[in-house]
Design a protein around this ligand. Structure first.
Ligand code: SF4
Ligand code: SF4
Length: 553
C-alpha cells in the first residue's frame, strides 16, 4: 500500500459516469467515407504519401511523420483515396485542415501484420517503430509517444488511468474489458525506458476496472493504486504528485524528476502495434449526455462524428455536442468533422444537463479560485493581467503552468469564464513569439545581404589592388622605384584580404530556428547554405592573397 500525497485544490463536479458503463463496448459500423486529417498529434502534421485514386489496405501508411515531433497516419480501412483536401477539423481554432478522404470498399483487407519481440529490440529501434505506427498520447495532449519514451534511468512509470473528467468512461471500459492487453502495453513502455517501478493510478469510482487491472498485474511488479475521486487527478502533474509526492518543476517535464506518465489507452495501442502489428487506426469513444443509449464504441479514426453520434440516439431536445468532457471539452460547430486520435468522448448537450451560465459579474476578490486551483496559481491575478493584456505579468504569475482544467471557473461566484481569458493570453503570447522569430528571420536575411554587399566591395578593392600591382610591376620593372610600387600593391592586397576576413567575422550566426514552421526553417537553411558558400569563397580569396603576398615577399 503506497502513501498518497494530495495535491492542492481540486473540485467535485457531478460524475455522470454510470450512464455510459451499463453496456459493454460495441464496435461502430464501417462508414462509407473516412476523413483522416494529417494533423492529429502535437508537432508537425504528417505528409501524405498517397494520391487521389490510390487503392489502400487497412493499416497502410498514408501519411508519414514529418520530423521528430510528428507521427504517421494510417488507412483505417481498405478502399480508395478519393481526395486530399482542406476539410473541417475538430480543432479549437475551427480552421479546416488537410485530410485524406477514403472511400471504403467494405472488405477490410489488412496489410501484412507482423508481431515483434520488443525485448529483442534496441530502444531506439522500438521508438522509431512506434512513430512509424502512429502511436501518440490518447489522453488528450496527443503528444508523439516515441518522444516521451526517449527518457532513460527513470525511477517511476506512472500509468494515468484516473479518468477524472465527468461523463468520460472509455478508459474505464478499456480496463474492464482488456486489462491483460493494457498490462502488456505497460510492459513495453517499461522496457523502453527501463523504469524501476510502475504505478497505475485509477480513481476509486471504478471498482471493476481496479479489480480487472489488479488481476492482470499479478506477478508483473506493477502496482494498481486507487486514488480518491477529485478533479483533476487525471492531469499528469497532479497524478504524479499524488502517487509519488514529487512535483514537476515549473516549465520542466516529468523526466526531470525521474518520472514519465502515459495514458492507459496509449499503452494499449503500444500492445496492438508490437504484439499484433496493427497501427493506430481506431480508439474507444464514449457517446453520452443527452442520448437514449449512452455507451462506449470502438471507432475507426476518420468516422464522421455526426454519423457516430446517431448510434447512441441523441434526444430531440439536444442543443449541441461537445468533444471531450464538460470541463475541458471543445464545442463542435460542424458534425462532419471526424473522430481523431484525441477524441475520447462525444457529449450531447441539452438545457437541462448544461443550463446556460448566468451573466458574468465583476470579480469580488473572494479567492475561491485560488483555493480550487490544482496548479497552486492565483487565477484572479492571471485574470486581471490577461484582461489588461499585461502578458509579462501574466507570465510572471506562471500563466503557462495553468493546465486549463476549469476548476477556477467552476467555483467562481461571479461566473467569470476565467479559462477563456487564459487561453486568449496564451494564444496572444504565442502569436507574439512567432512574430518575434519571424522578424529574427527577416533580420538574418538583411544581415546576410549586408555581408554579401561588403564582400563584393572587398572583392572589388582586391581587384583594383591587383591591377595596381600589375601596372606598378610593369612600370617599375626597370626602375629602382619599381620595388616600392610592388610592395605598395602587395600591402593593398593584404589589407583587402584583412577587410574581407573582418567582414566574414561580422557575419551573423544562425538564430535558433526551433519552433519555426518547417517552411521557415527550410528558408533559413537555404540562406545558411548561401552564407556558407560566401564564406568559403572569402576564405579562398584570403588564402590566395596570403600566398601571393608570401611569394612577393
Ligand atoms: S473566484 Fe471569481 S470572484 Fe472570486 S476571486 Fe476568483 S475570479 Fe474573483
Ligand atoms: S484553469 Fe488554470 S488557473 Fe484555473 S484552476 Fe485550472 S490550473 Fe488553475
Amino acid at each position: 500500500m503506497i502513501t498518497l500525497y494530495p495535491f492542492h485544490g481540486g473540485i467535485h463536479p457531478a460524475e455522470h459516469k454510470s450512464e455510459s458503463t451499463r453496456l459493454g463496448v460495441a464496435v461502430a459500423p464501417l462508414p462509407a467515407r473516412l476523413v483522416v486529417p494529417l494533423r492529429q498529434h502535437s508537432g508537425s502534421p504528417a505528409k501524405a504519401v498517397v494520391s487521389a485514386g490510390d487503392q489502400v489496405l487497412k493499416g497502410q501508411m498514408i501519411g508519414a511523420a514529418e520530423g521528430y515531433i510528428s507521427s504517421s497516419i494510417h488507412a483505417p480501412s481498405s478502399g480508395r483515396v478519393v481526395a486530399i483536401e482542406m476539410l473541417p477539423a475538430p480543432h479549437p481554432s475551427g480552421l479546416p485542415d488537410l485530410a485524406i478522404v477514403l472511400e471504403t470498399d467494405g472488405e477490410e483487407r489488412w496489410i501484412e501484420r507482423q508481431a515483434m519481440d520488443y525485448r529483442a529490440l534496441d530502444p531506439a529501434r522500438l521508438r522509431q517503430h512506434l512513430q512509424d505506427m502512429g502511436v501518440v498520447g490518447l489522453g488528450g495532449a496527443v503528444f508523439p509517444s516515441h518522444v516521451k519514451l526517449n527518457a532513460s534511468s527513470l525511477e517511476t512509470l506512472v500509468i494515468n488511468a484516473a479518468e477524472c473528467e465527468p461523463y468520460i468512461t472509455c478508459d474505464d471500459m478499456l480496463m474492464r474489458e482488456r486489462a491483460a492487453e493494457v498490462v502488456q502495453g505497460i510492459m513495453i513502455a517499461q522496457h523502453a525506458m527501463g523504469a524501476r517501478e510502475v504505478l497505475i493510478g485509477i480513481e476509486d469510482n471504478k471498482p471493476e476496472a481496479i479489480a480487472a487491472m489488479q488481476a492482470a498485474c499479478q506477478g508483473t511488479g506493477c502496482e494498481v493504486v486507487a486514488v480518491p475521486v477529485l478533479y483533476p487527478s487525471g492531469s499528469a502533474k497532479q497524478l504524479i504528485k499524488l502517487l509519488t509526492g514529487k512535483e514537476v518543476p515549473s516549465g520542466a517535464l516529468a523526466p526531470k524528476i525521474g518520472v514519465q506518465c502515459f495514458n492507459v489507452a496509449t499503452v494499449y495501442t503500444m500492445h496492438r502495434v508490437i504484439n499484433h502489428g496493427e497501427p493506430v487506426i481506431s480508439r474507444l469513444v464514449t457517446l453520452t449526455g443527452n442520448m437514449a443509449e449512452a455507451r462506449n464504441y470502438e471507432v475507426l479514426i476518420g468516422t464522421p462524428i455526426g454519423e457516430l453520434a446517431k448510434l447512441a440516439g441523441p434526444k430531440a431536445d439536444t442543443t449541441g455536442y461537445l468533444m471531450g468532457g464538460p470541463m475541458m471539452g471543445l464545442p463542435l460547430t460542424d458534425l462532419s468533422v471526424p473522430v481523431v486520435k484525441g477524441t475520447n468522448c462525444i457529449i450531447a448537450t441539452s438545457k437541462a444537463l448544461f443550463p446556460p451560465l448566468p451573466r458574468a459579474m465583476p470579480c469580488i476578490r473572494c479567492t475561491r479560485c485560488a483555493q480550487a486551483c490544482p496548479a497552486d496559481l492565483q487565477p484572479q491575478e492571471l485574470f486581471w493581467f490577461s484582461k489588461a493584456k499585461n502578458f509579462d505579468k501574466a507570465q510572471e504569475y506562471k500563466l503557462f503552468d495553468c493546465i486549463e482544467c476549469g476548476c477556477c471557473s467552476y467555483v467562481c461566484p461571479s461566473h467569470i469564464p476565467l479559462v477563456q481569458f487564459y487561453r486568449f493570453a496564451k494564444s496572444e503570447i504565442a502569436a507574439q513569439e512567432k512574430e518575434r522569430k519571424a522578424s529574427g528571420h527577416a533580420r538574418e536575411r538583411h544581415e546576410f545581404r549586408e555581408f554579401r554587399q561588403e564582400r563584393e566591395k572587398q572583392e572589388k578593392a582586391a581587384r583594383h589592388a591587383a591591377k595596381a600591382a600589375e601596372a606598378a610591376a610593369k612600370a617599375g620593372s626597370a626602375a629602382e622605384g619599381g620595388d616600392d610600387a610592388a610592395a605598395a600593391a602587395r600591402k593593398a592586397a593584404i589589407q583587402a584580404a584583412i577587410e574581407r576576413a573582418k567582414a566574414k567575422k561580422a557575419a551573423v550566426q544562425p538564430q535558433n530556428v526551433d519552433g519555426l514552421p518547417p517552411e521557415a526553417q527550410a528558408k533559413i537553411e537555404e540562406i545558411d547554405e548561401l552564407r556558407a558558400h560566401a564564406r568559403e569563397a572569402a576564405e579562398h580569396d584570403v588564402a590566395a592573397q596570403k600566398t601571393d603576398a608570401g611569394q612577393g615577399a
